[in-house]
Design a protein around this ligand. Structure first.
Ligand code: ZN
Ligand code: ZN
Length: 181
């Protein structure tokens, strides 16, 4: 079963349950089923390249995502204002510098459930949840249960979660060290 048909199935199951609770003669609601099947808005991260100002934005298009990230143009009050193209007010200048990156993995995911570890998973830098230093996948940072953990802060318990094989190797090494002392 594809995820869409599964969603549709769950939605219709929910609708049946709701109908069962209605008084006899009440009309059957049909519209909510169509609504539930509608795919979530595409997810983007929008911010300045190389800066730590990226925000999660849901929008249908890249342009819409960048627009949502910016404050509205302030140039209308200017008598020379010729429209947002070429306008040099702060929001318009910021808009020209923003990049928007599509993050399909986060579509339909509540923003509150997206942790620092998830940012690592999409190739971004993140702040280690334990030592507050910057880390990234290429700096051997890991996503431990949704939280970013840098190389130095990784414990055996963390390795058990992200790479049990490596955890076993570390345990074997520690046992060897202990045997040789
Ligand atoms: Zn402007
Ligand atoms: Zn750390």
């Amino acid at each position: 079963m594809t995820s869409v048909s599964r969603r549709a199935f769950l939605a219709s199951a929910g609708a049946v349950a709701a109908v069962a609770g209605l008084p006899a003669g009440a009309s059957v609601p049909v519209a909510p089923i169509a609504k539930a099947v509608k795919p979530p808005l595409p997810t983007w991260i929008v911010g300045t390249p190389g800066e730590w100002d990226h925000e999660i934005i849901r929008a249908a298009t890249r342009e819409a995502a960048v627009l949502l990230r910016c404050d509205e143009c302030e140039g209308e009050d200017d008598e020379d204002f010729a429209g947002p193209d070429g306008c040099e007010c702060e929001p318009c200048l910021a808009r020209g510098n923003y990049e928007a990156t599509r993050v399909t993995q986060w579509d339909g995911r509540p923003e509150a459930s997206i942790g620092s570890g998830d940012w690592l998973d999409i190739g971004s830098e993140a702040i280690c949840s334990r030592c507050d230093y910057e880390t990234a996948k290429e700096m051997c940072g890991h996503n431990v249960a949704g939280k970013a953990v840098c190389e130095d802060c990784m414990t055996l318990a963390d390795w058990d979660i992200v790479d049990p094989e490596h955890a076993a190797e570390l345990r074997a090494e520690m046992a060897e060290d202990e045997a040789s002392t």
